[in-house]
Design a protein around this ligand. Structure first.
Ligand code: GTP
Ligand code: MG
Length: 197
């Protein structure tokens, strides 16, 4: 898919205030600091369309970006960030789950996991939650530039083995890097195909 335009539309914490039109949308979710906002910038080839930070907890709201004037990318706050106060954490969880449960325009979620780490319970639980709600999702292994090819393959195989304890089939997945654009064509191609079908 060729990206002709990418514009920030709005940020808010209330799913009822998200854009009202029926354009299809795709949401990025995952632990704080996994690289959700960086991936959006990489896909859109824009340095700072979505705000990124080395410190976890940067994205705190539901952020809509309108792409090619006909679909939305949604950047969400990370989950599992221990340093946010308990009260704030609860609020995040509620508005994030509200988003997934109420947003009819959501076509698919992308659950981002850091390719360097072993499968984390919080990510597996989030995938379970999506599965139970019949919310389609793919997995994105991020920061692919941080591992040598052999280590990357090994980690992904280990992740798949773990997933098979929970799922009958391995969910659709992508491997990306926001520093070298690994996975960009595959991911945009996938979204383009769904949008056309
Ligand atoms: P929150 O908004 O806090 O939940 O984080 P996020 O998931 O949006 O992560 P963000 O995109 O802000 O990136 C977190 C850190 O990881 C930043 O320092 C990025 O530069 C770095 N990072 C993200 N993606 C990659 C990648 O593909 N490769 C490398 N080497 N670093 C990355
Ligand atoms: Mg972010």
């Amino acid at each position: 898919m060729h990206i002709k335009s990418a514009e920030f539309v709005m940020s808010n914490s209330d799913v009822a205030k998200c854009p009202k039109n029926k354009l299809p949308e795709y949401a990025f979710i995952g632990r704080s600091n996994v690289g959700k906002s960086s991936l959006i910038n990489m896909l859109m080839q824009r340095k700072s369309l979505a705000k990124t930070s080395g410190r976890p907890g940067k994205t705190q709201l539901i952020n809509h970006f309108l792409i090619n004037k006909n679909w939305y990318l949604v950047d969400l706050p990370g989950y599992g960030y221990a340093r946010v106060s308990k009260k704030a954490k609860k609020t995040f969880q509620k508005f994030i789950t509200n988003y997934f449960e109420k947003r009819k325009q959501l076509v698919s979620a992308f659950v981002l996991v850091d390719c360097r780490h072993e499968p984390q319970p919080i990510d597996l639980e989030f995938m379970q939650y999506l599965g139970e709600g019949q919310i389609p999702f793919s997995i994105i292994f991020t920061k692919g530039d941080k591992l040598k090819p052999n280590a990357l393959t090994r980690n992904i195989e280990a992740y798949k083995t773990k997933l098979l304890e929970q799922w009958e089939e391995i969910p659709n997945y992508f491997i990306t890097s926001s520093t070298n654009a690994m996975g960009r064509d595959e991911l945009l191609g996938y979204i383009g195909e769904i949008n056309q079908s």
